[in-house]
Design a binder for this molecule. Structure first.
Ligand code: 4FV
Length: 246
């Protein structure tokens, strides 16, 4: 899968993609990332990429021409590359969107800066606007990194055991169950016995119940849209009966 990142600060991407899972995915050529400096497509002597907003107001706006040329260059090999603008005004990014994007061969990610981009960029070149959260960043670069990480780990061969992408949070719309590892006893706090029982059916039932409890307590909005089995409803009844505050 190819990711083209359009940015005014290419240096921000030097280290995040060298480490761990993403670093290995790049080495294994499962993921190919091109960092494209929009300033290289500003053809005037001073390579101007931003200007004051028409109608006045504070801050600067990114100019349309350098972005238009940069997108045309990125699309030169793949005209149908899906082009995303990271912006607080976009659709909220979530696991479902990550899974949807992981089926595309080529994504172009436009990272905004300053007050954002000229509106004609959106009208002419952007297929989808996505936000990673209701807060304001200094630039879209970190949002692009978040998206590349969440999408890449869903690609076949990127994560060690295929299993782990299947049962992580949000995949089946519930938060994940508690995890434990050695030591068995830490400052008097012991690992739930059930996890050492070797009874895998009982362990997965405990984990499902804990996932339901955690989701009900922390994200009732997710529980409301989760597809629950009859067994889940029984477990939720038990949880309510146990008075675990839900
Ligand atoms: C953002 C977000 C974000 C807004 C002004 C860049 C900044 C500056 N991008 N999800 N939240 N972008 O805050 O994606 O241009």
């Amino acid at each position: 899968m190819r990711f083209d990142i359009l940015t005014l600060f290419p240096g921000m991407f030097s280290s995040p993609f060298q480490e761990s899972i993403l670093g290995r995915a790049i080495q294994k050529e499962l993921v190919d990332i091109r960092i494209i400096n929009v300033r290289d497509f500003a053809l005037d002597k001073h390579q101007v990429v931003d200007d004051t907003p028409y109608g006045g107001g504070q801050g600067m706006v990114m100019k349309v021409e350098p972005i238009a040329r940069a997108i045309a260059w990125a699309r030169s090999e793949e005209p149908s590359a899906w082009t995303i603008y990271l912006t607080p005004q976009g659709k909220p990014f979530d696991q479902e969107k990550a899974r949807d994007l992981s089926s595309r061969p080529h994504l172009i990610l436009l990272c905004g800066r300053y007050e954002g981009v000229d509106e004609r960029v959106r009208e002419l070149f952007i297929n989808e606007e996505i936000s990673i959260g209701d807060y304001v960043l200094t630039g879209g670069e970190l949002a692009a990194m978040v998206m590349i990480d969440a999408v890449s780990r869903l690609l076949p061969g990127v994560l060690g055991s295929a299993q782990s992408a299947e049962d992580d949070s949000f995949t089946n719309a519930l938060l994940e169950h508690p995890q434990y590892t050695r030591p068995f006893d830490f400052e008097g706090r012991r690992v739930p016995e059930i996890l050492l029982s070797g009874n895998h059916a009982a362990i997965s039932l405990w984990r499902r119940k804990e996932a339901l409890k955690r989701t009900a307590l922390r994200r009732p909005d997710l529980l409301a849209k989760a597809r629950l089995t009859r067994k889940d409803e029984e477990l939720l009844e038990e949880i309510r009966h146990d008075g675990d505050g839900i």
